[in-house]
Design a protein around this ligand. Structure first.
Ligand SMILES: [Zn+2]
Length: 263
């Protein structure tokens, strides 16, 4: 069968081509295609999956009969640290980078001798959360390192040149924004598996689409827009970044690498 005939069969409409029906209407919905993980990221993802499983299996130890229905609430860094023998505390003075002056603020510390992670409560919550996830990564991925390790504020967008630090950042992003949970939330707010900018979605974006008029929009800009968007197609909801308690940058990176944005 030639293509013309196939389209007519599919549309149950012998005049499909005569009516010049838009391509969008006959095209299959886009499927999400996550970017393949590097070898080191695969190892990190496996470690995160194990921690998620532990949190799920032992949820009653932490929550009793008050286990939250919202699975995002189970992604609790303090609980995960406890499973690895660490206490999480929020203390105003987590210390400075020794001998480097006062300009380097410390956001998080993992103290292996005292089995303690300390997070500065003065930073934005998304930074506290991402930094705590990074310290959890050190506890899980680098259990044999010793002494005190300090980290500057991390919100997930910078790419560290140190492999261990980079792995800890990836761990935190994977831990805080798991793929399956994000897929469910994404579908709930955008009603599609993959977001593609077209006439319909521009209309649903409303004022958020104004900067895009007549331009080809880079995927990362679209990802940032979706990450922080609180209104779509007339519905109001907490932005995805807020739902997962991460920065817009972290959410945008996850949306892009997990294939939620076409372009
Ligand atoms: Zn670190």
């Amino acid at each position: 069968m030639n293509k013309l005939h196939l389209d007519r069969v599919r549309l149950q409409n012998p005049y499909a081509h005569a009516e010049q029906i838009h391509r969008e209407e006959v095209r299959q919905p886009l499927r999400r295609r996550p970017r393949p993980l590097s070898t080191s990221d695969r190892a990190v993802a496996a470690a995160v999956a194990q921690v998620h499983r532990q949190l799920w299996h032992r949820r009653r130890e932490f929550w009793g009969d008050q286990v939250p229905a919202d699975a995002v609430k189970l992604l609790n860094v303090g609980h995960a640290l406890k499973l690895h023998g660490y206490q999480l505390s929020y203390v105003a003075d987590v210390g400075q980078h020794a001998g480097r002056g006062n300009d380097l603020e410390v956001a998080g510390v993992i103290d292996r001798d005292r089995r303690e992670v300390r997070i500065s409560p003065t930073l934005p919550e998304a930074v506290q959360r991402f930094t705590a996830g990074h310290e959890l990564a050190h506890a899980v991925l680098h259990p044999h390192a010793g002494g005190i390790h300090r980290d500057r504020p991390i919100e997930g967008s910078a790419r560290s040149s140190d492999p261990q630090e980079r792995a800890a950042d990836r761990f935190s992003a994977f831990f805080l924004v798991p793929e399956k949970l994000l897929a469910a939330r994404f579908l709930a707010v955008f009603h599609t598996e993959v977001f593609e900018l077209n006439d319909l979605t521009r209309m649903a974006l409303g004022p958020a689409a104004e900067p895009f008029q007549g331009k080809r929009v880079p995927r990362w800009i679209l990802a940032r827009t979706l990450a922080g968007l609180g209104r779509y197609n007339g519905e109001v909801f907490p932005p995805l970044a807020t739902q997962f308690g991460v920065s817009i940058s972290t959410m945008a990176i996850r949306l892009e690498e997990l294939g939620f944005v076409a372009g």
